[in-house]
Design a protein around this ligand. Structure first.
Ligand SMILES: [Cu+2]
Length: 224
């Protein structure tokens, strides 16, 4: 394209933009901005600010005083493709303590158990619902063991060498699973809008609800 042709095209676009501005001005009764008319590119309407496409679900759930923290799990009501876990969750053994004390894992995706202490530990895992042994391995210093939990549920973790050591694995087939804080406040980010089954575990109490999550800040308080 030669220079004069390009110049004519730009001029034609500018004229078309000015005519559009004048037409808009006639329709709305507002004078067309000289600034906008002088710079045709500015006459293109600006798209409205992007609205949230996912929800941050947060609120309050019951807590059991002095007990284990409450757990909130959102499961899509219908079969949905869920994002894979961003990284492999790991539970370490440090200073004769399992860390974290509660580990969330995705059912069907690998998790790791480690020993960062300078003493031998083992990791004994048992499914809480069935009392069935899941695995029991010795973990020397620096050792690691990978396991993929096949079923949703709670798993008790212990070390036979140090009976005081205890932890819990929560296997869930959804990424939307969190611990509430000591006051019962929780927050789950990046939740796609839709129908969910909500389960709250507060001590020995299990509370279930059905909710329709909408995009943006979504308040979900659950009382016992
Ligand atoms: Cu141990």
């Amino acid at each position: 394209m030669n220079g004069s042709l390009l110049g004519r095209r730009v001029f034609a676009v500018a004229i078309a933009s000015m005519m559009l501005m004048l037409m808009l001005a006639a329709c709305t009764g507002q004078p067309a901005s000289n600034e906008a008319a002088a710079t045709p590119a500015a006459a293109v309407p600006v798209a409205p600010a992007a609205t949230a496409t996912t929800a941050v679900v947060s609120g309050h759930v019951p807590v059991v005083g002095g007990g284990a923290p409450s757990i909130v799990i959102l499961k899509p009501a219908t079969a949905t493709a869920l994002p894979a876990q961003p990284s492999k969750p790991a539970m370490d053994q440090v200073s004769l303590t399992f860390s974290p004390a509660v580990m969330f894992v995705r059912t069907g995706q690998p998790a790791e158990f480690r020993n960062s202490d300078d003493v031998l530990h083992n990791v004994r895992v048992r499914e809480e619902a069935t009392k069935e042994g899941t695995f029991n391995v010795a973990l020397p210093t620096g050792g690691a063991y990978e396991h993929t939990f096949a079923r949703d549920g709670f798993y008790d973790v212990g070390c036979d060498i140090h009976p005081g050591m205890a932890a819990v694995v929560v296997a869930a087939s959804t990424p939307y699973a969190v611990l509430a804080d000591a006051q019962g406040n929780y927050s789950i980010a990046d939740v796609p809008p839709g129908a969910y089954a909500v389960t709250v575990y507060a001590g020995t109490q299990t509370i279930e609800r059905q909710v329709e999550v909408t995009a943006g800040a979504f308040q979900l308080d659950i009382a016992s």
